[in-house]
Structure formats: C-alpha cells, structure tokens
Design a protein around this ligand. Structure first.
Ligand SMILES: [Zn+2]
Length: 305
C-alpha cells in the first residue's frame, strides 16, 4: 500500500529531544515507514504562539535545519513535482506562519529553502490572523497579503487551526486551491478544529484537500470504526478526490498499540475488510494528496519579481 500523510510534528522531536529519523520511540521513523510501497510524509516546522518574531524565525530556522539534516540519502526531499514519486519522501511545511511576522523577505526565503505548505495560524492570534482558540477576528491585512504572497510562490496555504471567520475570508480571497492538513468532521465530533459541512464543501469545490487527523480527541474516539465514520462522512459529501490523511503524529497522544505511522497498514486492512474498494483506498491513503500537489505545481506560474 501507498501512503501520503500531510502533517506530523516529528521535526520538533528531532530538535528538542535529538531523536533520529531512522528509528525512534516516537510516532514516525524510516524503519516503520519502510513497510509502505510509497510513503510521502509532510514534516511541519511548528512554531508555538507567543514568541517574538525573532524567536519565531530562530525556531523555524532550527527546525528546517533538522529537516535538511534528515533528508538527502535515505529520505528524499520533496521540492518539485517529480520528487513526489520518490520514496520515502519528506516534504517540509510550516505550521503557524503568521508567527514569523511581516518580513516578506523571510517569508520568501521559506520557498527557497524548500517549504511546500504554510499553515497561517496555530491556535491563538498571530500577525496574520486568529486560530480557533484566538479572537473572533478574521485575517489581518498582513494575513491577506501573506495569502497572496504564498500563492504567488506556489506554496500551498494550509488553514488547519484557523478560526472560522479567517477560513471564510480565505475562501473569498484565495485564488488557488488550499489545504486543511489535519482536521476531522465537526458533524461527528463538534470541535473548533474540525470542519463543518459548509467548510468541507468549500475546500472541495476549490479543488483543495482535507487531511483527516488521527488525534482521538478531535475524532471523538480512538477505534478504527470512529476513523471510518469520519472518512465515510467526507466521502458521502462527494469528497472522494478531497479526503486524505494528516495524522498529527508526534503532535498528539495516540494509543500505544497503534505504533505510530505503522497504524495505517492495519487501518487500510480494516477498511478493506469493511468493503472499501482498492481504488478508494489508494485515493484516500495516497493519490488524493499527491495529485493535489501535482495539480497545484503544474498550475503555478512563478513570478518572483
Ligand atoms: Zn496542529
């Protein structure tokens, strides 16, 4: 089976606990990923709320250094569309881009340093807008500018964690499809981090992708049936090209028996036993996310001036 996962916080483990990507006691490593015929994993440089811009940029730089140390020989680095066909492959993303401020030179440098996707906020308020536990305001003027700057570079905008007013502003102002890297269905587990029916349909209609988190707190359970109900809910909303995974491994508490990233193998078998056909399985576990980036980059006309 093939796997594409849109979000993990494993870089933080590498930076703050000095863990190895080859093998570690956390959720994601190359030994466990080797079971997949193809495996693309997005690695987020997560910046906490409340840092100064200088501190946020230093944290982001340090996390990106970990990514660049980990990638190369045994973990292929994704920078252009062709890299999506390498395995195992790592894609660099940023979570809480608005903590980095309004230094557009720095934001531009993210693209040059291989960042493929940027989440606008984390849970609180930052220079670009408000997260789902922040104020009720939408995007700031800087946030609207960030949206257009990122789109222009061909960096995917990720609205996971963004509050609902901000979400609808992105829907209104974005010129490109966008992603929700790790979330779940609000209809099944009401939570400010989860997508309502209208939100999911808006992402779908824009040609975006929605990664289902495996965080039990956001799913409302930690059994495979709960995961299946979220997936089938999104599929029932014509999400067969939209839904994929963004587990949030190393950023949440998961049942120990899942053994981190290895759980996908068992989940795949479970869904297959429930009658899912191989095409749907491959789409949700892999091709929906891959094809989203392929389409996005194919349609990117970079104007770097
Ligand atoms: Zn997150």
């Amino acid at each position: 089976m093939r796997l594409f996962d849109l979000h993990c916080d494993t870089l933080c483990e590498g930076l703050h606990r000095n863990t190895s990507i080859h093998s570690n006691a956390g959720h994601v490593d190359l030994v466990r990923g080797a079971r997949y015929d193809a495996w693309v994993q997005a690695y987020a440089a997560w910046i906490p709320d409340g840092l100064s811009v200088t501190e946020a940029q230093a944290e982001c730089d340090a996390l990106m250094d970990v990514f660049h140390r980990w990638t190369g020989k045994s973990l292929h680095r994704v920078t252009v569309a062709d890299d999506l066909f390498a395995t195992p492959a790592g894609m660099l993303t940023v979570e809480n881009g608005g903590a980095l401020g309004t230094d557009w030179e720095y934001i531009h440098s993210l693209y040059r340093r291989g960042v493929c996707m940027v989440g606008l906020t984390w849970n609180g308020d930052n220079h670009w807008g408000s997260g789902c536990f922040g104020s009720d305001e939408g995007l700031t003027a800087a946030g609207r500018q960030a949206l257009s700057v990122l789109e222009q570079f061909g960096t995917v905008v990720d609205v996971a964690h963004l509050n609902r007013p901000g979400f609808w502003q992105v829907v209104k102002e974005a010129r490109r499809p966008f992603a929700v890297s790790h979330t779940a269905a609000d209809a099944l587990c009401p939570h400010p981090r989860n997508l309502t029916y209208d939100q999911f349909c808006a992402v779908r209609d824009r040609g975006g992708v929605v990664g289902l988190t495996l965080y039990p707190e956001h799913l409302g359970g930690s059994d495979f049936e709960t995961i299946r109900r979220h997936l089938e809910h999104f599929l029932s909303l014509n999400g067969e090209r939209t839904i994929c995974f963004g587990a949030d491994f190393d950023g949440m508490t998961a049942p120990a028996e899942w053994n981190g990233i290895a759980v996908y193998e068992r989940l795949y078998r479970y869904l297959s036993d429930c009658g899912w056909n191989p095409q749907t399985l491959d789409a949700v576990f892999y091709t929906n996310a891959r094809d989203f980036f392929l389409r996005y980059w194919e349609q990117t006309i970079r104007n770097e001036e």
